[in-house]
Ligand binder design. Structure first.
Ligand code: CDP
Length: 212
């Protein structure tokens, strides 16, 4: 069984997807980390995120160890990730890995939860369950701001809000695999929900569809 969790920046996809995977005993893949790793490696090599030849070569060579880099969660890496994520060559290079993870989850898990932007629309269009997690831009920016402060990054709320809006706009406007809910996705607005309540709401959606 495959559960697709998509949504905009800092909507709580990762927290929810990880919790669902833990509850159901499924494997979990944060696909944003793939794009973040391509961006971080490109920047570290002194190349520009809009140099498609460079980014595609990096995406083709990506290894599991690259997903462990400790700079992947930085805001600057997120912005660069959304630039490389608009490139068709990079997306194509990362597609097989994501599909294989979904279809043959590691460690014999009987299902997989993937979170990202295009899981329900492109990566796993046949996923049994699709959730589109969202929240107001202000709530999402507040969450991301607190996360960044907790990690010791120096930033200010208006900057985080502006970056988030820019990244969402780029993710929605791109020609390849733009951010949008799949036609058969259940939309879950977490503006008023904490992580436990979001998990409960997601489980109710799965139960209503007879999936667990
Ligand atoms: O955690 P956050 O919502 O900040 O972002 P993320 O999930 O780590 O994704 C970083 C960037 O990668 C996004 O802004 C997208 O541009 C891109 N991405 C994508 O295009 N497709 C995915 N399946 C996952 C991420």
């Amino acid at each position: 069984m495959i559960i697709a969790v998509d949504g905009p920046v800092a909507a709580g996809k990762g927290t929810l997807a990880r919790a669902l995977a833990a509850k159901l005993g499924f494997a979990y893949l944060d696909t944003g980390l793939l794009y973040r790793a391509v961006a971080a490696l490109t920047l570290a090599a002194g190349q520009a995120p809009d140099d498609e030849t460079a980014t595609e070569a990096v995406a083709r060579r990506l290894s599991p160890a690259d997903l462990e880099r400790d700079d992947l969660r930085q805001e600057a890496v997120g912005q660069a990730a959304s630039k490389v994520a608009a490139q068709g060559g990079v997306r194509a290079a990362l597609l097989d890995f994501q599909r294989r993870f979904a279809q043959e989850p590691p460690a014999g898990a009987k299902g997989a939860v993937l979170d990202g932007r295009d899981i329900g629309t492109v990566v796993c269009p046949d996923a049994e369950a699709k959730l589109f997690v969202t929240a107001s831009p202000e709530v999402r920016a507040e969450r991301r701001y607190r996360e960044l402060l907790a990690r010791g990054e120096e930033t200010i709320y208006p900057r985080v809000l502006q970056d988030l809006k820019e990244r969402d706009a780029r993710d929605q406007a791109r020609a390849v695999a733009p951010l949008k809910p799949a036609d058969d996705a259940a939309v879950l607005d977490t503006s008023e929900l904490d992580s436990d309540a979001a998990l409960q709401a997601a489980m109710q959606i799965l139960q209503a569809r007879g999936l667990c």
